[in-house]
Write a protein that binds this ligand. Structure first.
Ligand code: ZN
Length: 296
């Protein structure tokens, strides 16, 4: 079953923040938060952590799926406000968080959301000024929490180069980030291979070998049934979209900009398929056309 990412998912897992930008909380003796939404959500997370954990300071770890501003934004705020909280992500994400231009980009993308959500922020300082990780993760790392829960790290590049997914074998649950894509308005899988088409497909092939009863997506939904089928659909959707871009590139003489315009007009304007704001959708589409044009 496909469910909106809000509130209680199971006895062990909760979705925090907004369904559009869920962070997933694993409760238990050693609570873990997966992803940290946008900067403005920091104070909201503190309130929700208090609600679910009794004391927000119990949060032990925050594991990030990738370095996009809508997945890591509130991580520095949480680190400042929760003593002892350890933040982990891939080593490449760690490098990105130290680059001044990347920090600046996260700040600039976060700004309009901060302005729109002033009331929610109050007088808290949520500005993203960089992030020093407490732990860097690699493919195959296995974290055994103090309460025995296990988290396996699966490198899933393709959406971004620094993307990882987290598999909880005890719960047969996957925090997929955006490696599995997202749903469009018809619940068809919309692929998001921004950094590499080939890597994105290989990552999906890797995920398709897992036994998954619960799949938590990077945006809007989680699945309690049909998770494995969704990964198979994502592989198909990726291949189909890749072929479509390739055909458009061929028919438009390799003009990437023209291909972006044509697909945007059809999918976003005419069919109104996409549940995403126009600007990020266009930035992503541009990257996807480039990824297909440059694939080897
Ligand atoms: Zn992303």
């Amino acid at each position: 079953m496909i469910k909106e990412s809000a509130g209680k998912i199971s006895d062990e897992l909760y979705a925090l923040g907004s369904p559009a930008l869920p962070a997933y909380l694993l409760v238990g003796k050693t609570p873990v938060l997966f992803d940290a939404g946008m900067t403005f959500m920091g104070p909201l997370y503190l309130r929700e952590l208090k609600k679910h954990l009794g004391d927000a300071n119990r949060l032990a770890y925050c594991f990030l799926t990738h370095s996009h501003y809508d997945h890591c934004g509130a991580a520095p705020f949480l680190k400042e406000n929760i003593p002892g909280l350890k933040i982990a992500a891939s080593s490449l994400a760690g490098e990105i968080f130290r680059r001044p231009n990347a920090v600046q980009l996260i700040q600039s993308l976060s700004q309009s959301k901060e302005e729109a959500n002033r009331a929610q922020i109050g007088d808290a300082d949520v500005t993203f000024r960089g992030l020093e990780l407490d732990r860097t993760l690699e493919e195959g790392d296995e974290i055994v929490l103090e309460d025995g829960n296990q988290i396996q790290v699966i490198a899933t590049p393709g959406h971004t180069r620094d993307a990882v997914s987290y598999y909880l074998p005890g719960l047969k649950a996957l925090v997929g980030g955006e490696a599995v894509g997202s749903f469009d308005r018809n619940f068809d899988v919309h692929p998001v291979f921004l950094s590499s088409y080939g890597d994105y497909l290989s990552s999906l092939e890797k995920l398709s070998t897992l036994e998954i009863n619960l799949l938590m997506l990077g945006h809007f939904y989680y699945l309690t049934e049909g998770a494995q089928a969704m990964i198979a659909k994502a592989i198909e959707a990726t291949t189909v979209f890749g072929r479509r871009i390739e055909e458009e590139l061929n028919s438009l003489g390799g003009d990437q900009e023209a291909v972006v315009k044509k697909i945007f007009k059809k999918d976003y304007v005419e069919k109104r398929l996409i549940k995403q704001e126009e600007r990020p959708f266009l930035i992503n589409l541009k990257a996807q056309v480039k990824a297909v044009a440059e694939r080897k």
